[in-house]
Design a protein around this ligand. Structure first.
Ligand code: ADP
Ligand code: MG
Length: 290
């Protein structure tokens, strides 16, 4: 168990000194709901460094998914600006050339799922590669590589996405997102519907990918344990604002904001090492079953 733990937790897990990849400035967005205006984003400011894993935590309704959709240009904020690499966007719609560029920079793995259930796994994974005008042999080679990267059995390729298990679907969605070779992956409650051992495997895959290829990950979760386990930095979101952020270890052991303290208090175990142990024990259980 000791050896497994060491190999699963990359040494550089909680350090990152990359350049700024994304900067969000003063993002605001209100939704009209019945007669009320709901302030989903209330002046969000934050930065992501290249190669880091940044976990955004907060209770349901705090604005996490709205922020993710704005960053992916799926929703337009009322005001504010996002700078991602050499692209600046915000309230205005992007041109189709800019949207193509955005696809190569940022890929979402959003709560509502990304795979068309009517497509076979092969079709779902091949689509983005065909759009890049790859030849058939190139696509086949790339598909096998992608399946291996996310540990998806190659024999599943001809199954409909609807017939995959929850864990397989999440891996397939991850493979599809990775096929764009993006700089930034936004994973919104990626593991929430999965049981603990499958969560651990998927998160471990993301961590490996992040460390190997310098992928930056924005991990959105309501689960402080998961954030503490996986992230270099954590941002805490409440009522449309990031109320506190900091290095994962520091924020979990010395939370400053009362909301962070309350969230941590409600989530046991509250320290990164205990959270890591909990998640790894889920992974160990799974390994023992197979
Ligand atoms: P989280 O992902 O943290 O659970 P959301 O970003 O989904 O939070 O939602 C933030 C707030 O905005 C909530 O009050 C939610 O009800 C509201 N909201 C989100 N999307 C819409 C929408 N399309 N129309 C109206 N209200 C919305
Ligand atoms: Mg959400």
């Amino acid at each position: 168990m000791e050896g497994l733990e060491k190999s699963l937790v990359p040494e550089a897990l909680h350090t990152s000194s990359g350049q700024i990849l994304l900067e969000a400035k003063n993002l605001c967005l209100k939704f009209k709901h019945a007669d009320q205006m709901i302030c989903a984003l209330d002046g969000v400011n934050f930065k992501l460094r290249a190669g880091e894993i940044y976990a955004l935590v907060g209770e349901s309704g705090s604005g996490k998914s709205t922020l993710a959709r704005c960053l992916c240009n799926l929703l337009l904020p009322d005001s504010g600006e996002i700078k991602l690499h050499d692209l600046t966007y915000g309230h205005k719609k992007l041109s189709s050339a800019q949207r193509d560029q955005l696809c190569t920079l940022i890929q979402p793995l959003l709560q509502e799922g990304a795979l068309d259930p009517a497509l076979t796994l092969r079709q779902a994974l091949a689509e983005p590669l065909q759009a890049r005008r790859m030849t058939s042999p190139e696509i086949n080679q790339q598909l096998l590589k992608l399946c291996d990267t996310v540990s998806l059995n190659r024999d599943l390729m001809e199954l409909n996405c609807a017939d995959l298990s929850g864990g397989q679907r999440q891996r397939a969605a991850l493979a599809r997102a990775l096929s764009f070779n993006p700089r930034l992956l936004i994973a919104d409650e990626l593991t929430a519907p999965l049981d603990l051992s499958v969560q651990a495997q998927l998160i471990n895959l993301l961590l490996q990918r992040c460390r190997k290829s310098g992928l930056t990950i924005l991990l959105i979760t309501h689960d402080f344990n998961l954030a503490a386990f996986a992230a270099d930095r954590i941002g805490v979101m409440s009522k449309g604002k990031i109320v506190e952020e900091g290095a994962a270890e520091e924020l979990c052991s010395r939370p400053k904001h009362p909301y962070t303290r309350a969230l941590l208090h409600a989530t046991l175990p509250a320290s990164p090492s205990m959270a890591r142990q909990r998640i790894l024990s889920g992974l160990n259980e799974d390994l023992m079953l197979n």
